[in-house]
Design a protein around this ligand. Structure first.
Ligand SMILES: CC(C)(COP(=O)(O)OP(=O)(O)OC[C@H]1O[C@@H](n2cnc3c(N)ncnc32)[C@H](O)[C@@H]1OP(=O)(O)O)[C@@H](O)C(=O)NCCC(=O)NCCS
Length: 164
């Protein structure tokens, strides 16, 4: 396993909010101490309330060593999140239902891929819920191995080469 990533860029909105699907979001990336409240709000809504994942399985020790990305509405409320682990795994990708299919997830994933490259990873991996496999494939991830069950949800491993 590689070293824990250096803390991400100082938390703060991206210079200009990007309009997606007629909406404007801004991204912040940083460590858990900076973004835990906002990332948690989205994860509770999506993984615990919507998908029924037990709350005690949603948080783990890897949050503290990951770089997190949170997308904010123009009003400043968190609407999406994801994390990059020290070993180059991307995870906990979630966008609030009302904000889906507007490119928010794509922007978060793109930021995490850029952070992965900045941390020197050559390959990024993730464990995709099968329902989101097409989303990741659209962003260059390729499935490998056999599908498996995790917290009662079908998953598949995926990976992509990092941009140079
Ligand atoms: C996966 C997720 C983060 C994508 O966020 P998003 O903001 O909707 O992503 P984008 O707008 O960039 O891309 C949306 C596209 O991804 C695909 N997609 C994403 N999630 C999907 C899902 N659960 N079922 C079917 N298609 C999905 C669709 O093709 C969609 O395209 P469409 O708008 O033409 O239908 C979001 O759907 C989500 O939070 N899902 C619930 C939690 C989850 O499954 N997380 C992934 C864990 S591995």
């Amino acid at each position: 396993m590689s070293e824990a990533p250096a803390p991400g860029p100082a938390p703060g909105p991206s210079p200009a909010g990007a309009a997606v699907g007629g909406r404007t979001v801004s991204l912040r990336s940083g460590d858990w101490s900076a973004l835990s409240a906002d990332a948690s709000a989205v994860r509770i809504e999506v993984f615990v309330r919507e998908q029924g994942i037990p709350a005690e399985e949603e948080w783990d020790e890897r949050d503290a060593v990951s770089v997190h990305c949170v997308a904010y509405s123009a009003a400043g409320t968190p609407v999406g999140t994801g994390r990059l682990l020290p070993d180059g795994h991307i995870g906990r990708m979630a966008v609030l239902p009302a904000w889906r299919s507007a490119g928010v997830g794509a922007q978060i994933l793109q930021r995490l891929v850029e952070l992965g490259a900045a941390h020197g990873h050559r390959v990024l991996e993730l464990s995709a819920q099968r329902s989101a496999e097409a989303f990741y494939r659209r962003h260059g991830f390729v499935a490998f191995g056999e599908p498996y069950d995790e917290v009662g949800i079908a998953h598949i491993c995926m990976r992509r080469v990092c941009p140079a």
